[in-house]
Design a protein around this ligand. Structure first.
Ligand SMILES: Cc1cc2nc3c(=O)[nH]c(=O)nc-3n(C[C@H](O)[C@H](O)[C@H](O)COP(=O)(O)OP(=O)(O)OC[C@H]3O[C@@H](n4cnc5c(N)ncnc54)[C@H](O)[C@@H]3O)c2cc1C
Length: 275
């Protein structure tokens, strides 16, 4: 299928993009890498009257380290993030998750912030942000606000972003000394969306586990560190609480089983790689 007609505006400045969003509201859609939006347009799942292209906003093509977090500007592609030399040291969870996202061709265009805004429940980057307890930075003509990951993604392909707001950056908490981070997922083929994805953070006497692909949005649970038998019980309870549903890829029961089995493995890996 082809998209319905729309106007197209290519912005060179953040302010022009914000002006267009303020003017058109719900009728406008930002396009960043287009790796999800183009499919939605072609299937006519969204029918904006104007598409606002932010891909050439050089002012947002930055990765910067700040106090306690690494900030990715809205036009940083997933490939550019992968190529950032300090990634593995500063945000090892994101470094471990990125190669699982689609293919290098999609990562060459797809952005970190685009993935967060698309809010697919199986997506790796929203899962990492939620597990690490990161934030997103939203801007509109009215104001700028910082929203926690768990408050930002509110459901299936659904976020707390208002129609006149643009995500200008995402802040991933930086790795802490003595903490361990690990990521795993299961999919039919490498590059497919995850059937179940798991992100683990271990440190300061706590275990934090994030699960994607089971519920409508990432689910995150934190426990005090514990022995293996108690962990098996805790994962069992967590998996049951997640519920989840059957689809053509897997049953809810299979997904719960993966949370139990892979959950144990990924937490073990995070424990081992504590620096
Ligand atoms: C073959 C294929 C395989 C893929 N596999 C995976 C996978 O395994 N895992 C995965 O997570 N993703 C996967 N994707 C999706 C890919 O990661 C996309 O890059 C990502 O979902 C969206 O990023 P984008 O920059 O392309 O956003 P776009 O497609 O341009 O936009 C997506 C949505 O976010 C909005 N948006 C984008 N940027 C902003 C912003 N700064 N502010 C406000 N709104 C914004 C758009 O309006 C749109 O609603 C795959 C895509 C393809 C084509």
């Amino acid at each position: 299928m082809k998209p319905a007609n729309f106007d197209y505006a290519r912005c060179e400045r953040v302010e022009s993009a914000l002006d267009l969003l303020a003017e058109h509201g719900d009728d406008a859609r930002i396009i960043a890498g287009g790796q999800s939006l183009m499919a939605m347009l072609n299937m006519r799942l969204v029918r904006p009257s104007i598409v606002v292209d932010i891909a050439s906003l050089d002012e947002l093509a930055y990765v910067k380290e700040a106090a306690g977090y690494v900030e990715f500007g809205a036009t940083v592609t997933q490939a550019a993030a992968e190529a950032w030399p300090a990634l593995r040291k500063r945000v090892p969870l994101v470094a471990a998750a990125l190669p699982h996202i689609g293919h290098f061709q999609t990562r060459n265009r797809g952005t970190i912030c685009g993935s967060l805004c698309h809010a697919d429940p199986s997506s790796e980057l929203p899962l990492c942000l939620a597990t690490l307890g990161g934030d997103v930075v939203l801007r509109s003509r009215r104001k700028k606000r910082v929203v926690g990951a768990l408050d930002f993604q509110i459901g299936l392909l659904s976020t707390a972003k208002q129609p006149d707001e643009m995500m200008v950056a995402a802040r991933y908490p930086a790795a802490r000394s003595g903490w361990g981070y690990a990521f795993r997922e299961i999919s039919r083929r490498h590059g497919d969306f995850a059937i179940v994805a798991l992100a683990a953070v271990v440190g300061d006497g706590k275990i934090r586990l994030g699960v994607g692909g089971v519920d409508d949005k990432p689910a995150v649970h934190e426990w005090d560190d514990m022995d293996d038998d108690s962990l098996a019980d805790a994962l069992n309870d967590f998996a049951w609480d997640l519920g989840g549903g059957d689809d053509i890829h897997a049953t809810a029961r299979y997904r719960r089983e993966m949370v139990r089995r892979l959950g144990k493995k990924v937490i073990g890996e995070a424990r081992q790689c504590r620096s």
